[in-house]
Design a protein around this ligand. Sequence first.
Ligand SMILES: NC(=O)c1ccc[n+]([C@@H]2O[C@H](COP(=O)([O-])OP(=O)(O)OC[C@H]3O[C@@H](n4cnc5c(N)ncnc54)[C@H](OP(=O)(O)O)[C@@H]3O)[C@@H](O)[C@H]2O)c1
Length: 344
Amino acid sequence: MMEPVGLVLVGFGNVGQAFAQLLLEKQAELAEKYGMRCHVNGIMTGRHGAAINPDGIDLEEALRIVREGGQLKQLDASDFSGDTLDFIQQSPGDVMVETTPVNPRSGQPALEHMRAALSKGMHAITANKGPVVYGFQELTALASGKGRKFLFESAVMDGAPIFSLFRQPLAGARLLGFSGILNSCTNLLLERMEAGETLEQAIAYGASIGITETDPSNDVDGWDASIKVAALSTVLMGHPLTPLEVDRTGIRGITLEMIAEAKEAGQRWKLVCSLERKGEAFVARVRPETVGPDSPLFSVGGTSSFVVFNLDVLPGLGVLESDPSPKTTAFGLLADLIYTQGKA
Ligand SMILES: NC(=O)c1ccc[n+]([C@@H]2O[C@H](COP(=O)([O-])OP(=O)(O)OC[C@H]3O[C@@H](n4cnc5c(N)ncnc54)[C@H](OP(=O)(O)O)[C@@H]3O)[C@@H](O)[C@H]2O)c1
């Protein structure tokens, strides 16, 4: 009988729930292919309470309760009370899966969650860019000292393999820079504007399908794109950057006239993210640019995203992710989970 891997979920929103759903869907496959059985021993949320059960929480039930707006307390077998750090201390588990909202200015409270889990001897996985940008070196050292892993594949381009690509397949290659479309929301907004909508109308549409947040500034003003550029720079280029250090322009200045002019010229506006190494200097930028059909960015539509890496031995390696969903992000977490168990 295989020993179960104990999971502790901190955050149970779109991504946390999609991850739980994916675990249920892939239960048999994980057992068959990787000899893995997973138990979720704890779930912590902001407004939906928490549950700890060392024998494993009924995930179907947890999903139902949260979707109906209920409290997870009903599934708690340990009489838990306290905050998220107490929860991490008290939850028995091998791996923490962290999916709380991102804070682009400090990385908190996710950074503190990662510290607590790693210090306790758990592997720590997150979809949150904050701890990557504000804690990459510290958390990697902490994990290594404990013989554990700090992983974050889903933090940039959801489940598309970006960070893991540089672990083994690209070992020995040196990254000189990259460019791409890393914020899928603005890509969709610009496409809607090409169809004649104003930015406000496009934002309202984005909100109606759950793509833009109540405060769209994170996407529209280029913060999300900047924190992704900072994460790639920090991890893949060994050049620590915060989003505040990225030269950032969002899409608020793009008018319907500019869109029409570009169209006339056979071009499209895209929010382009880039990082270029110039000697000792690094130029990190997020800004709207027009691109023509000769650019690989031209045909990246809807909520898709794309990055092209410029490597010393491979001048243009592109990764395209088409139409991601929370399930795609959940997959990145699952891939990290499998890696912590030495199965991939
Ligand atoms: N959505 C995507 O497809 C996607 C893609 C890539 C990366 N990400 C990243 O993944 C993370 C989660 O995104 P999401 O869309 O799932 O967000 P979300 O739907 O807002 O869910 C966030 C979850 O975190 C909980 N939470 C908030 N503060 C907490 C705290 N201090 N302690 C414990 N739990 C707390 C919330 O609880 P309550 O709801 O009960 O308050 C909720 O369950 C974010 O960092 C995001 O940037 C998301």
